[in-house]
Design a protein around this ligand. Structure first.
Ligand code: NAP
Ligand code: HSE
Length: 422
């Protein structure tokens, strides 16, 4: 029986999940994998805090050096979250030759190159399956099963909190605030929910996924990012009337030697498989030139699903010992596209008087934007809500048209612009 000395950095939602998985399924792991994983130390902020797992208090520490310098610890699993001290501790652990397993998408997205370099130098392994899409195996399949492909497209729901919020808003008419509180209570949301609702969490994950898929470094500054805070119950209602659902999608495509990557709320037809992905579930479509279309679906957040991915990485790290398998990136220089093509939904409040619709249609026309459908909803007080869906147009044409529309005295407000994927 191989003995594996493990230290955990964090004993919050995910740390407690890892503790439970190792306790409940420890026998299975010992029997099937031939290894005995012993939790030797756990780093926390507050050693006296009440824990929801039955942990021996003597292994809790608030001093990271006790872990980094402990020769009996082979693998360090990090789920404390945030950029620092998590990054420094992961780097120091790799320098000491200890393999690291992490659920920290922010650290991997921001410090990929530095950490890969440290791992290569020391030969310690770096594993981050749980950093994207919780319990869904996606990093390993991309690295170990799809090497024979050029991956050309990724499209997915990769944030459980926002998917939970949008599902509750759409199905139960809950307010954004009520649904967010519920997601936090269930442990899906990040300690600071801004990262979820503003799309930053999905952007970190898309940076990791698209770097792996395209074998080009897609840093977060190259990813357009919009969250769900401006999605109103009106948009959700009109989307349904038009036959669509609204989801926060992460989309990355590689075509003609260029990469486009973006996270934003998106209209998708009610018949699309992604519309059926509810609550905190995640789903990721991958399109490879040889394999065709693949879809990965499962729990994208939560203690036990995420712990399932982490414990798998711990087992792999123990099996690989001190061998680091680096991710080789392509040599070609990456070109990023920010003028992508889409169809668009727009909701405007305008003065309800003759000629306004023609004026707005004229502005769209001057900017090359062709309209697919127009719906007028009366609101009273001499105002009307008008909804436009366009044919395929370039992002820049839409922004230029909206800039001119906002300047028109007949337009009271541009309430929303949401991209449409069919
Ligand atoms: P959490 O509940 O806030 O837990 C964080 C833990 O880390 C706590 O035990 C805390 O100690 C400890 N900690 C934080 N900063 C520390 C510091 N400076 N020194 C010592 N200990 C520190 O967070 P979580 O939800 O488990 O998330 C952890 C990580 O997993 C994040 O990177 C997150 O993005 C990732 N993740 C989360 C989910 C999910 O569904 N929640 C899913 C996938 C990935 P105390 O307990 O003493 O305060
Ligand atoms: N806050 C994240 C989410 C946790 O809601 O998807 C999983 O990374």
């Amino acid at each position: 029986m191989k003995k594996v000395g493990l230290a955990m950095l964090g004993l919050g939602t995910i740390g407690s999940g890892v503790f439970k998985v190792l306790k409940e399924n420890g026998d299975i792991i010992r029997a099937r994998e031939g290894m005995d994983i012993e939790i030797k130390k756990i780093l926390v902020r507050d050693k006296n805090k009440k824990r929801n797992v039955d942990v021996d208090k003597s292994i809790l520490t608030d001093d990271p050096s006790e872990i980094i310098n402990d020769e009996g610890i082979d693998i360090i699993a990090e789920f404390m979250g945030g950029e620092n001290p998590a990054f420094t501790l992961i780097r120091d652990a790799l320098r000491k030759g200890k393999s690291v397993v992490t659920a920290n998408k922010e650290v991997i997205a921001k410090y990929w190159d530095e950490l890969e370099e440290e791992a290569e130098k020391s030969g310690a392994g770096l594993y981050f399956e749980a950093s994207v899409a919780g319990g869904i195996p996606i990093i390993k399949p991309l690295r170990r099963s799809l090497q024979a492909n050029n991956i050309v497209k990724i499209m997915g729901i990769i944030n459980g909190t926002t998917n939970y919020i949008l599902t509750r808003m759409s199905e139960e008419g809950k307010s954004f605030e009520e649904a967010l509180l519920e997601a936090q209570r269930l442990g899906y949301a990040e300690p600071d929910p801004t990262a979820d609702i503003e799309g930053y969490d999905a952007r970190y994950k898309l940076s990791i996924l698209s770097t792996l898929c395209f074998r080009n470094r897609v840093t977060i500054d190259k990813i357009h990012c919009e969250g769900i805070t401006r999605i109103s119950p009106d948009d959700i209602r009109y989307a349904k009337e038009l036959g669509y659902g609204i989801k926060l999608l992460a989309i990355a495509k590689k075509h003609d030697g260029k990469i486009e990557a973006r996270v934003h709320p998106t209209f998708i037809p009610l018949s699309h498989p992604l519309t059926a992905v509810r609550d905190s579930y995640n789903a990721i479509f991958i399109q490879g030139d040889m394999v065709g279309d693949l879809m990965f679906y499962g729990r994208g957040a939560g203690d036990l699903p995420t712990a399932s991915a982490i414990v798998s990485d711990i087992i792999t790290a123990a099996q690989n010992g001190g061998t680091h398998h680096s991710v080789r990136l392509d040599e070609d220089k990456t070109v990023f596209e920010d003028n992508w093509k889409n169809e668009y939904y727009m909701r405007l409040v305008v003065l309800d008087k003759p000629g306004v619709l023609a004026e707005i249609a004229g502005i769209f026309g001057r900017h090359n934007v062709s309209l697919d459908s127009v719906m007028q909803k009366l609101r009273g007080n001499d105002n009307a809500t008008i909804i436009f869906i366009t044919h395929t147009a370039c992002e820049k044409w839409i922004h230029d048209a909206l800039d001119e529309i906002r300047r028109s005295p007949s337009v009271i407000s541009v309430e929303s612009m949401i991209r449409v994927e069919r």
